[in-house]
Design a protein around this ligand. Sequence first.
Ligand code: FES
Length: 266
Amino acid sequence: MARGGAALAWLAALNLCGAAALRGAPAALTRHASALRGRAVVAATAPANAGAEAGDDPRVYEVSIGRRTGIDIGCDLSLRWPYVFALVPGGAAELNGQIAVGDQLLGVGRTSVVGATVAETTDLIASAGGDEVLLTLFRGSRAELQREVGFAAGPSTVTIRVVQQGLPDVVFTAKAGCNLRDELVARKINVYRSFTRWTNCSGKQLCGSCIVDVTAGLDACSRRSIDESSTLRENPPSYRLSCITQVHGDITVAVQTPVGAAQWTR
Ligand code: FES
């Protein structure tokens, strides 16, 4: 089995077709559909007999599973990689038994998703024809994959615009990956709606009261956790608990926006 250089070449090719292209609309992804075609992949440390072709890197494998994959996809925006965040119990991926939580997603069909957001990746899966979708995955550490493809990290700073009712917008820059609540509180911007300004849990994700609305750039924020989604279930998807939201790109955030009626029961 060939290793090293061949693996690097394969992964580098993914990067060339993926990272830059996938910043755009999902339609742009399809222009790169040929990039993965014919590239050899294999399963070794990855699931044996995973439907993989003969190839040159034991960490890369292919799996064909039902289009309703049962894969909860995450994306670490600091490195810009979609990965298997969780497997839905009883879903296609779990029943298939070959895909593991933490595997990095490289391709959907024959389109690279290196550098794609969660939304772009799920759009690709949803738009795949047929009953099954072909996934190409990498089983190894994220740092390892990043090193293989020489993938550049995102911007070092981000611009955050804060919209407050009755007040002028506040615009500031912060370090990429910053904690949204920390940045707002440091600038004396109140994210709370009542006395919780003084009684909140100080960012421990316990009180559920540090809610903001990310009105632009939501994809540039860390993904909602299951607990966060549960806490915010009465509110739109753009609502976030600011204390557990990391910002990796430019965003606009509104504070003091109305919240769902059941929010305060938690
Ligand atoms: S400050 Fe309590 S959940 Fe964010």
